[in-house]
Design a protein around this ligand. Structure first.
Ligand code: NAP
Length: 319
């Protein structure tokens, strides 16, 4: 057990990520009192039934009062409004952070509402599942995953080190970079792959020559693996694309060029080109396995325990 890092931790937003932070903090003993806040009574009731905190508040101002650290875990499009609501009630010297999958936009939205004397250290734990809601949280979500911190250059170093230690206690490895660089890296490693998955599942749904039942029946041919990603939360992903527009469009441009080159290779029977690319991409997958970010097991059905930190196989109720 780690020593308590934050005597009072406030979690604003208590879905997959907020819930997992609560459980991982408890597991590590990294937080004393956990104050939970969410905008709807229904989600607050579910979080309370799951004992995700010590106190439960519909009013975020109440939750952040006297908090040493506040972590905002809401869709990125809502982060500015949340910062505005909690700003006047933050304790001097507190750390305010978030978990948003996009960083530049979140910094732009939240920073104006963070008072002087409060340390704003934006963060993004690169860990998740396609589930959402408080029931989806689990303590192991961040184990051996990366958490990226994107503090503005003038941020108090001690505050950054304290938040890094907190994420370390939750099981994550921590890296620091600029919000702009974060958004570019995540555009290609996460955002564009999600867009491709949403698109291919949408295309299959529109095909008239292939029936819906055939799509389901023969999905193990590759389609199934895209459907897992394409089941991700619509609100969260709508906000990601609207708030990381430039980086996503830049990476999509490159993706389209490469796709056109592949189309051409198929049309002109350039098997060597295809073989060479597929060999390189296989090596990338092996590199990810070697880096401990995936197992070699060909199990995209995600049996429990197949990957450290993976969720139970039984689908959980989304919100
Ligand atoms: P989630 O399970 O859907 O939970 C969302 C939480 O935000 C709930 O407490 C919800 O409250 C609240 N919320 C929703 N809309 C809101 C609004 N307009 N204003 C205020 N609160 C609102 O979502 P999540 O997966 O935990 O994602 C939360 C954040 O984590 C997002 O910014 C996302 O980019 C980031 N993230 C997600 C993943 C992932 O894989 N899911 C991974 C890394 C980072 P109510 O239920 O009360 O409405």
């Amino acid at each position: 057990m780690t020593a308590v890092i934050f005597p009072r931790l406030a979690l604003i937003g208590i879905g997959l990520i907020g819930g997992s932070i609560a459980l991982a903090s408890r597991r590590a003993g990294a937080a004393g009192h956990i104050a939970v806040s969410t905008r709807t009574p229904e989600t607050l009731r579910r979080a309370e039934a799951l004992a995700l905190g010590d106190s439960f508040h519909l009013d975020p101002a109440e939750a952040v009062k006297d908090a040493d650290c506040v972590i905002v875990s809401v869709p990125v499009g809502a982060s500015g409004a949340v910062a505005e609501a909690i700003g006047p009630f933050l304790k001097a010297g507190a750390i305010v952070s978030d978990v948003g999958s996009v960083k530049h936009s979140v910094v732009r939205q939240m920073a104006p509402f963070i008072p002087a004397g409060v340390h704003f250290v934006p963060a993004h734990p690169v860990a998740g599942t396609e589930q959402s809601g408080p029931e989806a949280g689990f303590a192991e979500l961040f184990d051996n995953r990366w958490c990226i911190l994107t503090p503005p250059p003038e941020t108090d170093r001690e505050a950054v080190a304290t938040l890094a230690a907190f994420w370390g206690a939750l099981g994550a490895n921590v890296e620091t970079m600029s919000p702009e660089h974060h958004d570019l890296v995540l555009a290609i490693t996460s955002h564009v792959p999600h867009l491709i998955a949403y698109n291919i599942v949408g295309t299959a749904a529109h095909l008239e020559e292939v029936t819906q039942s055939e799509v389901m029946k023969f999905s193990a041919g590759g389609f199934r693996d895209f459907t897992r990603i394409a089941a991700s939360d619509p609100t969260m992903w709508r906000d990601v694309f609207l708030h990381n527009k430039d980086a996503v469009l830049e990476m999509l441009g490159r993706f389209n060029e490469d796709l056109t080159a592949l189309q051409r290779a198929i049309r002109y029977g350039e098997g060597d080109k295809l073989f060479e690319l597929f060999t390189r991409t296989r090596a990338i997958r092996r590199g990810i396995v070697a880096a401990g970010q995936e197992t070699a097991t060909a199990d995209f059905g995600r049996r429990p325990g197949a990957i450290p930190g993976s969720p139970p196989a039984t689908p959980k109720k989304g919100s």
